[in-house]
Design a protein around this ligand. Structure first.
Ligand code: C6P
Length: 432
């Protein structure tokens, strides 16, 4: 039994009274009903109905999530795992119930393998520190790919500096696909870990992660997947993937900011030292020696983001109510339609044309800076992102400093894609 399961069983039962405005599993994909669940979408921006196409940066939150946060703060708020009083028992139960939802969402074997963290960024830093300290020495190698987000580059560079290890980087081709033969060639007896993105935030490429994991495991190398973009678009089954670590951020999964999930195989987490020291991660402390708590608490020092976990639990309920497969199919249709339509805009080049793509469309326009594209679209109420998307090495490969990026969510419509394409026509006119 994990530390948190023990605490929950000794304490209050999970509160069944949390608001449940999530749709029923299996309900038909009703885009208008979904849109009504997101209050923020019902507004005008710069005199136009808001068209929110910046979902890779962060998603909007359904009312179910906002209600769960309100319910928690107006009824249950207390510190967890500590108090004997009613509110603390309720808050603990709500937090651990959210952990069980997270476990089920990624299909981990046990809640002991599911850590709450702040974000994908924190999850990767945790592994770089903790796994890095236990398993990486001078001369060892960490294998990444060229399409990584800075969050999956910088922590490894910092680790390499600390330990005297080296980064290896697997290349991508001109479509933005990982070159598997090169990846395989770079797996060496010195490789201690492979860390790669499941779904690229800058290109939309979906990596063949199962194949990659099996290549790495044949050489005894564990694999961390950065699932920041995949979590809301691809069903995750960590047991089927057999990945060793999986990181995701709640705010990209229709949940709150400041909360994320790190899955890790218990046999690895058990052998890794804690990341942060403090309250809740110990079983006993003397000035001579500290004994650490069981998993997952060993990796959750201090008061966690209880409300964030509760909100993320509500987001998971909501997303599962709609169905990840249904969301993926809807976003595929939006992406297909958008790809065809923008291809007719003169002077527009799509960056990232992988055969396996999801949810994200990056592009540049001849002679127009992506920031200007973003600004002119904003004047029409259309929110996209322009920049390097924290993937500067990838931008360098494509010979651009930045791209414009439209990224889809479950509530976007084909009409919104058409509004984007019309908007790009106006961008062209302004710069004609
Ligand atoms: N990408 C975007 O593309 P945090 O900030 O920790 O929640 O997520 C970091 C992160 C890690 N990996 C990938 C693949 C990501 O896309 C992101 C965040 C955002 O707009 C912000 S740069």
């Amino acid at each position: 039994m994990s530390g948190s399961e023990r605490i929950l069983k000794a304490g209050a039962q999970a509160d069944a009274s949390y608001p449940r405005s999530a749709p029923r599993p299996g309900a038909a994909f009703d885009i208008e009903a979904i849109r009504r669940d997101f209050p923020i979408l019902q507004q005008s921006v710069n005199g136009h109905p808001l068209v929110y196409l910046d979902n890779a940066a962060t998603t909007q939150k359904p009312k179910a999530v906002v209600d769960a946060l309100e319910h928690y703060y107006t009824r249950d708020n207390a510190n967890i795992h500590r108090g004997v009083h009613e509110l603390s028992q309720r808050a603990t139960a709500a937090y651990e119930q959210a952990r069980e939802k997270a476990r089920s969402f990624v299909n981990a074997r046990s809640t002991a393998e599911v850590l709450f963290v702040r974000s994908t960024t924190e999850a990767i830093n945790l592994i770089a520190h903790s796994f890095g300290a236990a398993r990486v020495s001078a001369g060892d190698e960490i294998l990444l790919t060229r399409m990584e987000h800075h969050s999956n580059i910088v922590p490894w560079q910092m680790l390499c500096e600390r330990q005297g290890a080296r980064l290896q980087v697997a290349p991508v081709n001109d479509r933005g696909e990982l070159i598997l033969e090169d990846f395989e060639r770079l797996l060496s007896p010195k490789t201690r870990l492979v860390s790669l993105v499941h779904l690229s935030n800058a290109l939309g490429t979906v990596n063949p992660v199962k194949e990659i994991i099996s290549l790495a495991h044949r050489r005894g190398v564990p694999v961390l997947l950065d699932g920041a973009q995949a979590a809301a678009r691809i069903p995750i089954d960590v047991q089927d993937l057999d990945c060793d670590f999986y990181a995701l951020s709640g705010h990209k999964l229709y949940g709150p900011t400041g909360i994320g999930i790190l899955y890790g195989k218990s046999e690895l987490l058990e052998t890794m030292p804690p990341f942060l020291g403090g309250g809740d991660m110990i079983s006993s402390v003397t000035f001579e020696k500290t004994l650490y708590n069981k998993l997952p608490n060993k990796f959750e020092a201090g008061t966690p983001h209880v409300a964030g976990a509760v909100g993320l639990g509500a987001a998971i309920d909501y997303v599962r109510g709609i169905g990840i497969e249904a969301i993926a199919a809807h976003e595929d249709e939006l992406l297909r339609h958008a790809t065809e339509a923008v291809s007719r805009v003169s002077g527009l080049r799509i960056i990232g044309t992988a055969r396996e793509k999801a949810g994200i469309l990056s592009f540049v326009m001849d002679g127009i800076h992506p920031h200007d594209i973003g600004t002119i679209l904003d004047q029409q109420g259309i929110a996209i992102r322009a920049g390097h998307h924290c993937t500067q090495p990838l931008m360098e490969q494509f010979g651009v400093p930045a791209t414009a990026r439209a990224s889809f969510g479950m509530y976007n419509t084909l009409a919104e894609v058409d509004a984007l394409v019309d908007g790009l026509g106006k961008v062209r006119e302004v710069f004609a």
